[in-house]
Ligand binder design. Structure first.
Ligand code: NAI
Ligand code: BAL
Length: 497
């Protein structure tokens, strides 16, 4: 269990922070050639730091350094157990600095400190450790090539990987990418979201202290056009692993087509349903999961439940319980460990979310103060924008249905397919529904994203090209090669063709 400090202790850590302020390239912080960018605390509007950003010239330099590091081979060709040892040392250093990292994450993103301490930091450590531990335990394969040959099917690191990150889980999404990519031996260039660069920069420095060689993990702060686009278009980048909006994800497919056909994997948006069937058991339990699914991380979560598709027989009883549970979710100062909800990422996003706060709410719906938005529930028609568009905020749209078939049809009536949940007391019905819903993760009688051992990614416009987490992430960050070895004796005659 992670211990939480007091508000005062967190404030003291915040006051003492020495925040990073420049790109981390080839083993050190260097002034970038891009514009200076302010990183702002979304809860207070205070400028936390002025950060020197990278530009296309810095991207070129970082790619060159990443390639040189890859070719030197001290990381890419190190024995897997050596890479494991360094990654585990990296995790130990993160553990030592966990409170500092949690406070930086909370200040920079508006996330409640209790989540940063109990989820973001420990899951970051767990993810990097899991992939480090994995790398010296997986085998390559041989093919069924008969007596005259042996075919080896081996996995090799891709080379230079760019990880383009969102602002909603800055550190954890970095771990989802760098854990498997570094374990496999790649050089990685991280582009954090422009709102949240601080923990990425600190992690790169800590990784270097742990023994990750220069050039192997670099971080380039900056915006999409200034840093993301040159990375996407760069002829020296072998892969982009992206998490963010579907619209920007599609841009990376275009960048790839317009440059070197680099591998692209995309983890994008969602309009995720919780489907509650008429035989759902224990509505208190269902309500607890739905409230967590909809409002955790202020709804700024790609897998957040934003549609509650509920059978009319249980709707009123469930809504009553949801409204009651919402009262336990306290919103306020993110550095106060009693708070469950902090601020949305910035004013622009807050404006986008607030556009949906119209009509009579079942709960919440109060006017947003600063970047804080009250958790809100609406009953809507299936054609309503609230039921169709990704809001990415604490807004839950409830749609009543009259049958299981209608519920599943509606669950699938979206361009997205990231996550879903099904609640039913009948296992056969629940599993049938889970199979019929077209989404990358479907949970039964709970909400969740699985864990590090299970793949995460989307169907339809929620994802492309691979999965984060699990051994499938290792596949994502490696290239597959066949090595065919002839075993016939040349003395026995012609073995050509
Ligand atoms: N995981 C998810 O599903 C996420 C979804 N979103 C959704 O996206 C909406 C917009 O949020 P944004 O921060 O603007 O997401 P975004 O998808 O534009 O940003 C994600 C990353 O892509 C980069 N990027 C942006 N434009 C780019 C470009 N033209 N070329 C290369 N890289 C580029 C950004 O700098 C950031 O690092 C949100 O309101 C939300 O609905 C946002 C963040 C995460
Ligand atoms: N929930 C993990 C991925 C994301 O929200 O972007």
């Amino acid at each position: 269990m992670t211990e939480l400090l007091t508000r005062e202790e967190y404030a003291a850590i915040a006051a003492d922070l020495d925040l990073p302020a420049a790109p981390f390239i080839d083993g050190k912080f260097r002034k970038g050639n891009g514009p200076v960018m302010e990183t702002v605390n979304p809860a207070t509007g205070e400028v936390l730091k002025k950060i020197s950003t990278a530009n296309a010239e810095d991207v070129d330099f970082a790619v060159k350094k990443a390639r040189e590091a890859f070719d030197r081979g001290e990381w890419s060709r190190a024995h897997p157990s050596e890479r494991k040892d360094v990654l585990i040392r990296f995790c130990k250093l993160i553990t030592r600095r966990r409170h500092e990292l949690a406070v930086m994450e909370s200040l920079d993103s508006g996330k409640p400190i209790r989540d940063c301490e109990t989820i973001d930091v420990p899951e970051t450590i767990h993810t990097i450790k899991w992939h480090g531990e994995l790398i010296d335990k997986i085998y390559d394969q041989t093919g069924p090539s008969g007596d005259d040959a042996i075919s080896m099917i081996v996995r090799e690191p891709l080379g230079v990987v760019a990880a383009v990150l969102p602002w909603n889980f800055p550190m954890l999404m970095m771990a989802w990418k760098i854990g498997p990519a570094l374990a496999a031996g790649n050089s990685v260039i991280v582009k954090p979201a422009e709102q949240t660069s601080l923990t990425a920069l600190r992690l790169a420095e800590v990784a270097h202290m742990a023994g990750i060689p220069r050039g192997v993990l670099q971080v380039l702060p900056g915006d999409g056009p200034g840093v993301g686009e040159p990375l996407g278009l760069h002829m020296g980048v072998d892969m982009v692993s992206f998490t963010g909006s579907t619209e920007t994800g599609k841009r990376f497919l275009r960048y790839s087509a317009d440059s070197n056909m680099k591998k692209v994997t995309l983890e994008c948006g969602g309009k995720n349903p919780a489907v509650v069937l008429e035989d759902a058991e224990n509505l208190d339990h269902v309500a607890e999961h739905v409230v967590n699914a909809a409002f955790w991380n202020m709804g700024e979560n790609c897998s957040a439940t934003s549609r509650l598709i509920v059978h009319k027989a249980v709707k009123d009883a469930l809504l009553e319980r949801i409204v009651a549970r919402m009262r336990d979710w306290k919103m306020g100062d993110p550095l106060d460990p009693a708070m469950h909800l902090g601020a949305l990422i910035d004013g622009e996003h807050c404006k986008k979310v607030s556009k949906y706060l119209k009509g009579k709410a079942v709960a919440g719906g109060g006017k947003a103060k600063g970047n804080f938005v009250e958790p809100t529930v609406y009953e809507v028609k299936k054609s309503d924008a609230k039921a169709r568009e990704e809001i990415f905020g604490p807004v839950l749209s409830v749609i009543e249905v009259a049958s299981t078939e209608e519920a599943i049809q509606l669950a699938n009536d979206t361009e997205y397919g990231l996550a879903a949940s099904v609640f039913s007391g009948n296992v056969r019905k629940a599993i049938r529904a889970a199979r019929e819903i077209r989404a990358g993760t479907v949970t039964v009688n709970c909400y969740g994203e699985g864990d590090i051992s299970t793949p995460f990614g989307g169907y339809k416009q929620s994802g492309f090209g691979g999965r984060d987490n699990s051994i499938h992430a290792h596949d994502q960050f490696t290239e597959m090669k066949t090595i065919w070895i002839d075993l016939t004796d040349p003395k026995d005659g012609d073995n050509v063709g």
